[in-house]
Structures are given as structure tokens and as C-alpha cells.
Design a protein around this ligand. Structure first.
Ligand SMILES: Nc1ncnc2c1ncn2[C@@H]1O[C@H](COP(=O)(O)OP(=O)(O)O)[C@@H](O)[C@H]1O
Ligand SMILES: [Mg+2]
Length: 401
């Protein structure tokens, strides 16, 4: 990966460059902005670090084009005002540092961005909010081990994507990833799906059938909507997790299985334990490690990144040469509360890419409830969650979550 450094001030540019090179990171230093587009074409960087009037339309259009090409932009700015910083961030700058900058901060910021890019490419989990950054870190930490992970979050927040990422980053990645939606199966089928059955185990069991646990041997089993499992099956599931062996229905001998279990739920499992509809012992067995995905309305800074990614994906899929989305349309998407979370956003972008008459999504292309939706928020979330710390100034996820 290459980092392009193009700063007004020569001294920090040279020092940032020296430190990154010292870390073995490929860099290029060029004089600022004069022929930015030519430079970008030539250098094909993965990350650019630049300064200048970041809010100027020509700068923002360079940033936008870079985002479009999948390049992360880091800005050094004189701007202090929180609203203006937020605009820059929504415009696509992933890290912002207010001058005078500390060179070490910028260098560690660049390294974080490179690391995150690598993780996002590997996992498909897009986003620049503080919350999503934390999720990516957790996924990377949890992937190598066998401990059970409980993923919690509203429907459409990316729980299955997290489960797949845990598998993909694990030593089990070449073994099966088996998903089973426990909410979608009738109680009578559930146990035979999970544990399998022997021939003649029950009426209709004409052949031996392997359960999902056995099919996932060596790999990862994703138990979606774990909160829907009836009490009677919970006991059996607990036994499987504790003994690491499974008994097919109608069998007399258990079979050893080596499975990593990731479970997901869209309502807090602890509440179900308190209500008495979920066994506490199974809850603790599942909740060894946990990941929480906040609703999209609580991490609005992810929205522009998701929208651009989805436009790129769907315009390729539908063979439409799309330019993108206007700033006004993007602002309305950021304002909307997204009760259906990322799934709702993704489906909407899909339909807009097909239906929008122009080559750029405009406010008129948005459904009416979104154009009017900003004021009808379910949960009011402050868009400006300015924070200042040793690593520069950033605007993280909104409150909540
Ligand atoms: N952070 C993200 N980056 C990219 N795509 C996402 C992200 N979160 C969710 N998605 C997409 O949104 C859709 C819903 O995600 P999913 O994992 O099925 O949600 P859940 O299991 O929580 O209902 C999927 O198409 C998924 O790929
Ligand atoms: Mg799901």
C-alpha cells in the first residue's frame, strides 16, 4: 500500500515521510495540489495525506473522486469549528488533524487507516464511526480463538457479516461456515437440523441425515436468532457446547465435533434470561465473547461510506455508469433514522441505482418518507459528537449505542 503526502508545509511532510518509510510503508511526497489529479493518476496511492483549503469545492471534489476510487483521505486543516469539521468528515475525510499538528499523531493515524483498510477489505465491514472501528478491532482479536461469540444488535446492523468476518479471519477459514436461522425453523425440525438423525429415528426419517453441527465440523456454526430456541432444545445445545460432542436423534453414540459457535440475537439475550425464557447457563456459555453492533442511527458517520460503497457495488452489478450522489441527497440520507439499519439502506441504494434517471442520485430520487423523515426521527441523535484528544480532532459516532 502506498501513502501519498502532499502538504503545504515542507517540514512536517518530510518528517511524516521519514517515519512512515522507517516503518516499511511505501510513500511518495509531492508538492501540494497544483496538479493533484495528474499526481494521483501516476502514484495510485491507497491513502493521501494533504493540507490546504480542505473545504474548497475543488478540494472536496478531489476527495470525492478519491473516495470513489477507494482511496482514504487524511486532512490537515486550520479549521477549528465543529460544524465545519463535521462537513469535512461527511465529505469523506477519514481523519482530520488541526494545525499545528503533532507529526507522531499523524503517523499513527496513517498506520491506523492502513490497518483499517486492510480489515475492511478482508471483512467487507465498511464504516468510519468510532463504533465500527471498535467492532473491527474486536473481530480481529476474536477471530483466531475458538471461544463462542455472541453478536447483538438490531436487525440489519451487520451481525451475519460479523460472523462471516470472524470465520474468514480465523484459522478455520478453509473449512465450512454453516448458518442456521433458529427463528425460521419449526420446533419439530429444529433438533434434527441441528443434531441430525439416524435412519428410522422418527416417522419420515427414511435416511440418516447429518446435522448442521456435524456439517460445520472444523469450521464455524452461525446460530442466528438464538433467542428463539425453545427451552427443551436449549438444554441439548448447552450439552453440545460443553461436551463438544453431538448425538444424532435416534443414535446411541455421540460424535465428537470441533466447531466454533457464533450466535446472534436482535434483542438483548440478558432480558430473556431475566424473563425466564432463556437459560442463564446457556447464556453464559454463549456470551464468553461479545460484539454489539449499534443501530445505524447511532453511527451516522458510517452512512456516507456505506452509500458510496453500495453505489459502487450496484452500479457495477447493474452495468450502470453512475457518478454518485449529490451532497443534498447524501445529507438527507444521513438525516433519516434508518429503522431497518444497513439492510434498509443497502436495498434503497440498489433500487435508486436502477431507477434514478440521471447518473447522479438527487433528492428527488429519494422516497418521500426519507425526504420528510429527518424531522421524524425515532431517536434524536446529535450529529455533532465532536471530540478532541491526543490523536487530533475527529467526529465519531453519534450518541446512543
Ligand atoms: N458495516 C457494513 N458494511 C457493509 N455492508 C454491511 C455492513 N453492515 C451490514 N451490511 C450489509 O447489510 C445487510 C444486512 O446485514 P446482516 O449482516 O445480514 O444484518 P443482521 O444479521 O444484523 O440482520 C447485508 O447485505 C450486509 O452485507
Ligand atoms: Mg441476520
Amino acid at each position: 500500500m502506498t501513502v501519498l503526502i502532499t502538504l503545504n508545509d515542507v517540514e512536517p511532510a518530510v518528517r511524516i515521510n521519514a517515519e512512515l518509510e522507517g516503518e516499511g510503508i511505501a510513500t511518495a511526497v509531492v508538492s501540494p495540489l497544483d496538479d493533484m489529479r495528474g499526481t494521483l493518476k501516476r502514484e495510485k496511492p491507497d491513502v493521501i495525506v494533504f493540507s490546504g483549503d480542505l473545504g474548497a469545492p475543488q478540494t472536496l471534489s478531489v476527495v470525492r473522486d478519491q473516495l470513489w476510487a477507494g482511496v482514504s483521505s487524511i486532512g490537515l486543516t486550520d479549521v477549528h469549528d465543529a460544524t465545519q469539521l463535521e462537513r469535512l468528515r461527511l465529505g469523506g475525510l477519514v481523519e482530520l488533524y488541526v494545525k499545528p499538528v503533532d507529526v507522531d499523531d499523524v503517523v499513527s493515524g496513517v498506520k491506523r487507516v492502513l490497518e483499517r483498510r486492510r480489515l475492511q477489505q478482508q471483512t467487507g465491514l465498511i464504516g468510519e464511526s468510532e463504533a465500527l472501528r471498535e467492532v473491527l478491532v474486536k473481530v480481529e482479536q476474536m477471530a483466531p480463538v475458538t471461544s463462542t461469540v455472541l453478536v447483538e444488535g438490531e436487525s440489519g446492523t451487520g451481525k451475519e457479516l460479523v460472523a462471516r468476518a470472524l470465520h474468514r479471519l480465523s484459522p478455520r477459514k478453509n473449512k465450512p461456515f454453516i448458518a442456521v436461522n433458529l427463528g425460521a425453523l419449526p420446533e419439530t425440525l429444529l433438533e434434527s437440523e441441528l443434531f441430525g438423525h439416524e435412519k428410522g429415528a422418527f416417522t419420515g426419517a427414511a435416511e440418516r441425515r447429518l446435522g448442521r453441527l456435524e456439517l460445520a465440523d472444523g469450521g464455524t456454526l452461525f446460530l442466528d436468532e438464538i433467542g428463539d430456541v425453545p427451552m427443551s432444545t436449549q438444554v441439548k445445545l448447552l450439552r453440545v457446547l460443553e461436551d463438544r460432542e453431538v448425538m444424532r436423534l435416534g443414535a446411541t453414540q455421540p460424535i465428537k465435533v470441533n466447531v466454533r459457535v457464533v450466535a446472534a440475537t436482535n434483542r438483548p439475550l440478558r432480558e430473556q434470561v431475566d424473563e425466564g425464557s432463556f437459560r442463564a447457563d446457556l447464556f453464559y456459555r454463549l456470551n464468553v465473547l461479545s460484539v454489539y453492533l449499534p443501530p445505524l442511527r447511532a453511527r451516522k458517520t458510517d452512512i456516507p461510506f456505506l452509500v458510496r460503497q453500495f453505489i459502487r457495488e450496484f452500479s457495477a452489478e447493474h452495468g450502470r455508469a453512475f457518478l454518485g450522489i449529490s451532497a443534498e441527497a447524501m445529507e438527507q440520507l444521513v438525516d433519516y433514522p434508518w429503522p431497518g439499519n444497513v439492510r434498509e439502506l443497502k436495498n434503497l441504494v440498489d433500487s435508486m441505482v436502477v431507477l434514478a434517471p440521471g447518473r447522479e442520485i438527487q433528492p428527488d430520487d429519494l422516497p418521500r418518507q426519507i425526504r420528510e423523515g429527518g424531522s421524524a426521527r425515532l431517536l434524536p441523535v446529535p450529529l455533532l459528537a465532536g471530540r478532541r484528544n491526543g490523536m487530533g480532532v475527529g467526529v465519531g459516532a453519534g450518541g446512543g449505542g
